[in-house]
Ligand binder design. Structure first.
Ligand SMILES: [Zn+2]
Length: 119
């Protein structure tokens, strides 16, 4: 179990290195803010989280799942953000479920708002 987590962590680190910096992929973007409310099943308490991306951030728009029983889970914003930048959209809202192998299929969800500032 523990080595599985470590392996997942090492893979994520490699993905970051492979992804490169945001400025290389999206030079027109100056800032991305993902504001979300994280809901974990069974806890019954919504947790606000805010994640910022800057030009020198890694272009890997994946938010980790906070469930400690979740293996390789997370919320992937790559498609959402890539589509937004393609359309020069500034704000998008929605909901995502965790993609990982957690204790149950819908063990955690987030309600998000993505705000993008263009240079
Ligand atoms: Zn999860």
């Amino acid at each position: 179990m523990n080595s599985k987590k470590n392996l997942a962590r090492a893979e994520r680190l490699q993905q970051r290195i492979d992804a490169g910096h945001m400025s290389a992929h999206f030079p027109e973007v100056s800032n991305i803010v993902i504001s979300m409310t994280y809901n974990q099943r069974g806890i019954g308490k919504a947790l606000p989280r805010i994640v910022n991306f800057f030009p020198d951030s890694y272009a890997l728009f994946r938010i980790t799942c906070l469930s400690k029983d979740c293996v390789d889970g997370g919320f992937d914003f790559t498609h959402i953000i890539t589509a937004m930048i393609g359309n020069r959209r500034k704000v998008a809202k929605g909901e995502l479920g965790c993609e990982g192998n957690g204790p149950s299929p819908d063990h955690s969800t987030i309600a998000y708002e993505v705000a993008i500032q263009y240079a």
